[in-house]
Design a protein around this ligand. Sequence first.
Ligand SMILES: C[S@@+](CC[C@H](N)C(=O)[O-])C[C@H]1O[C@@H](n2cnc3c(N)ncnc32)[C@H](O)[C@@H]1O
Length: 247
Amino acid sequence: MRVDYDTISATYDGFRGVSAELAETILREAAPPPGGRILDIGCGTGNVEAALTGTANLRMVGVDLSFGMLAEAKSKVPGARWIQADSNALPLKREVFDCAIMLYMLHHLAAFRSVIEGVHEVLREGRLLILTASHEQIDGNFSSRFFPSYAEIDKTRFPKISEILEAMRKAGFSDLASREITVAKVTLDESYLTKVENKHVSTFHLMDDEEFARGLEKMRRYVREHKGDLPLDHRGTLISGTKAGSY
Ligand SMILES: C[S@@+](CC[C@H](N)C(=O)[O-])C[C@H]1O[C@@H](n2cnc3c(N)ncnc32)[C@H](O)[C@@H]1O
């Protein structure tokens, strides 16, 4: 992992979150049965679990590589089970989960295909949901107006949607689908500037310091001159697939 999430964990929740709408979409599309087991790989600070606490008596298990991110998750949702592990080697029994989610974590993986295979093994039957950004969405991201290498950094690490769908198909998932969703509403204003100053997305951690400083200055000027007149949707791609039960 080239991005240090143990350090980031101290500020992550100040600048990132899961909206009620997104949590609702995840619940609807992951479709766990009441009392079912949901696995969140790369769960971070447990924002999904916090949003889903008390819903349908779900039993929630979060896996993350970062001790710091998990410490935040545990303090927020003590009733869930938190496991520090690499998603490449899930220390989980086979065929026990009713659904699995992976939100904005695939781009951190060197071998995302084998992780998808591992998820297929630990699912009993049920859905896998992946939230990520397509290369078209990355190209359309307004950050590139200020930070010229933004899109290149992300396109190098985010797998293409077609590659993810193909990996899911090969792992044994069926009913494959992908669609664009609004992940958050963004207004380019002072509060958004604070997020960028705090490098709220990992892309900024991978960017050359000079480019980051120049881009931030350019963005500050823009916000001063335009005063938040650029409301934007932050778009993502939600991918789903089903592991069918054996009859
Ligand atoms: C951008 S954060 C997303 C966190 C959470 N899913 C969310 O949407 O708020 C990416 C997370 O993936 C975790 N991660 C990165 N590589 C991992 C790996 N190989 N195994 C498990 N977790 C990993 C990081 O520690 C981090 O918490």
